[in-house]
Design a protein around this ligand. Structure first.
Ligand SMILES: Nc1ncnc2c1ncn2[C@@H]1O[C@H](COP(=O)(O)OP(=O)(O)OP(=O)(O)O)[C@@H](O)[C@H]1O
Ligand SMILES: [Mg+2]
Length: 310
């Protein structure tokens, strides 16, 4: 069964003060199966937050329809809100409240009280490693702790589907790694479906089963990280360290899509490394160029993204 099913979603923001209007989403269709970690990847202003907000029933689309966990986002918004939750990278809570108070407050909004509420708050304080910060008011917490508190808040109703908008925004690499591990564990241990947005290619590649590239309010491509790399056909990268002779004409060999040479280092982007490497090595050997080092790597998702964003 699908966790998210959207057809032709369109959203235009119109300014009240001027005639300016921005089409944030244009005819977006999307299907996400249950239990998947799905990533929306795209540059600033691509429409990622708008799409999450519509699916989380925080914004109404102008056109199109969507259902979340089998419920229509317009007609059955209340049902959806019971079963989903959202954590945004730039969330903000009342500055003077402490983490336990914040979680208790939001827990009550979800209808928890008494022992159940206390136990849920304690569990989440443990899960999100907040125990050392219970006495600190919100405005004195570091960004990383605020993010963990935000994640804890989003788990209060044990959501079946979690929307995470830039979950690791502004975090140090080591804190991001821990947060990503927590996100991966949520799916593994609770089977939570997760729809996240990110600017970070590594994050998408590491966490997501599938990724959609979104730009200018449209989904340009969708698939696993590997599929996307193949779909764009930006090939593989062969790095060489060479010595002696001239190799500038190497770039003209068949199958070489890109060629960069600096000092003794050469990077060739090829359609297929297995196919082209023997020819390249033979060509160099024939010209008495010594090969000191060879390395073949897959393209980074970032490179795919640059191709798509053109
Ligand atoms: N409330 C609003 N009023 C007017 N325009 C808006 C509003 N919200 C978003 N937009 C515009 O819609 C477009 C998409 O915005 P959105 O926030 O969905 O992008 P995003 O992909 O989340 O970007 P970012 O990576 O910066 O978070 C942008 O051009 C933005 O300026
Ligand atoms: Mg955004």
């Amino acid at each position: 069964m699908l966790a998210v099913e959207a057809h032709g979603l369109t959203k235009t923001f119109r300014s009240v003060f001027s005639r300016r209007s921005t089409t944030a989403l244009l005819d977006v269709s999307l299907a996400v199966p249950r239990g998947m970690v799905f990533g929306l990847l795209g540059p600033n202003g691509a429409g990622k937050t708008t799409l999450l907000s519509i699916l989380a029933t925080l914004l109404l689309p102008d056109r199109g329809r969507a259902s979340v966990l089998g419920h229509d986002v317009i007609r059955e918004a209340a049902r959806i809100r019971q079963k989903v939750n959202m954590a945004s990278g730039n969330a903000s809570f009342l500055w003077s409240l402490r983490p336990g108070e914040i979680l208790t407050f939001y827990g009550r909004l979800y209808g928890l009280y008494g022992m159940r509420l206390r136990r849920r708050v304690d569990d989440l304080i443990g899960l999100c490693e907040l125990a050392d910060h219970l006495k600190t008011p919100y405005n004195e917490l570091s960004t990383g702790i605020k993010q963990r508190l935000n994640l804890a808040k989003s788990l209060l109703n044990d959501p079946e589907l979690l929307f995470l908008d830039e979950p690791t925004l502004g975090l140090d690499p080591d804190i991001s790694i821990r947060l990503r591990a927590q996100i991966a564990a949520l799916r593994r241990e609770r089977g939570t479906t997760i729809l996240l947005t990110t600017h970070y290619m590594r994050e998408a590649e590491e966490l997501c089963d599938e990724i959609a590239f979104i730009k200018g309010g449209q989904i340009l491509a969708r698939g696993t990280a590997d599929q996307l790399k193949r779909q764009i056909r930006i090939g593989e990268v062969i790095s060489l360290r060479l010595e002696g002779g001239a190799w500038e004409e190497l770039g003209a060999l068949p199958g070489i899509l890109g060629f960069v040479s600096k000092d003794d280092r050469v990077e060739c982007t090829v359609d297929s490394a297995v196919e082209r490497l023997p020819t390249i090595l033979r060509w160099l050997h024939e010209r008495n160029v010594a090969v000191r080092h060879v390395d073949v790597r897959e393209p980074e998702l970032e490179e795919v993204f640059v191709e798509l964003a053109k």
